[in-house]
Design a protein around this ligand. Structure first.
Ligand SMILES: Nc1ncnc2c1ncn2[C@@H]1O[C@H](COP(=O)(O)OP(=O)(O)O)[C@@H](O)[C@H]1O
Ligand SMILES: [Mg+2]
Length: 276
């Protein structure tokens, strides 16, 4: 299969040794006459963090919804770790290992951190929702939940109700929930939106520490975060990938400058120099 589409000639080839976790070809989303995602191709190797950037209305959220199975597509193919999942619904994709975090919190504020993560794992596994764990059958899930809560740095908040957490801590719980499901690919939609500078810094470190057995795609408007985290970047404009490559390649691409700033407004640099 050749995942590089005619409209997306610049997708860099990953190292031959790194297995691909996600291969997307020709993905298209239409809302009536509007083509919001226009034949997008993308490849993601294990252990990689890919950033998706682009102006408002570019189609980033529509692309994520289509990848997650929450949005009907007008065409395209999605292969997760060698398995074709194009026909899977959102729950089936999550179970297969493709999950997304939400821009707005998806947590139960009255439940504890532990119960939120546990219930989230049960939902992903397709088990019936229960407000309390059954003793034996759920031991494995509770242990996985505790492990991932510790991993995101919330061990001391295990039994705190989510309503008592800060905004940044809630996003950490969402990551713990995702990690406890042992995903292959995680889609983060604007994870640092609404965070303080300190929370953003902490969160970026958390993303950097994700297991290298998985891969992530991050929609992020904070370009400092993008350049800190991303191994590669795609720029979406009007539904099309207009540039894709390493952070340095993308930063220097004239089409990217144009898409962000428009013609005749290139007097200030789009990206500040960031050392990685
Ligand atoms: N449910 C919808 N129905 C109709 N148009 C939509 C819908 N969602 C998004 N759009 C339009 O599709 C385009 C892409 O939107 P979106 O995917 O939200 O872009 P981004 O996340 O990059 O800001 C925009 O023109 C937006 O107005
Ligand atoms: Mg959006």
């Amino acid at each position: 299969m050749n995942p590089v589409t005619a409209t997306d000639p610049s997708v860099p080839a990953p190292a031959a040794s790194a297995p691909l976790l996600l291969e997307v070809e020709g993905l298209t989303v239409r809302y009536g006459a509007l083509t919001a995602v226009d034949s997008v191709g993308m490849r993601l190797a294990v252990g990689r963090r890919h950033a998706l950037i682009g102006p408002n209305g570019a189609g980033k959220s529509s692309l994520f919804a289509a990848l997650a199975g929450a949005q009907r597509t007008a065409g395209g193919q999605i292969v997760l770790d060698g398995q074709e999942i194009t026909g899977h619904d959102e729950a089936q994709r999550a179970k297969a290992g493709l999950v997304r975090t939400y821009q707005h919190s998806n947590l139960f504020s009255g439940l504890s951190v532990l119960d939120n993560v546990r219930v989230g794992v049960e939902r992903t596994e397709g088990q019936p929702l229960r407000p309390w764990p059954r003793r034996r059958a759920d031991r494995r899930i509770v242990e996985a939940a505790i492990e991932s809560i510790e991993r995101v740095g919330l061990a001391d908040r295990l039994n705190a109700p989510v309503s008592a957490l800060s905004h940044g801590e809630r996003r950490q719980v969402e990551v713990a929930l995702v990690l406890a499901c042992h995903p292959k690919v995680v889609l983060f939609d604007e994870p640092t939106a609404g965070m303080s500078a300190a929370e953003t810094h902490h969160f970026a470190a958390l993303i950097e520490s994700l297991p290298d057995t998985m891969a992530a795609i991050i929609i992020e408007h904070d370009l400092d975060v993008v350049f800190r985290l991303a191994h590669s970047i795609s720029v979406l404009a009007a539904g099309k990938v207009i540039a894709s490559g390493t952070p340095a390649q993308v930063r220097d691409d004239p089409a990217v400058q144009e898409a962000y700033l428009g013609s005749g407004r290139g007097d200030e640099p789009l990206f500040e120099e960031v050392s990685r």
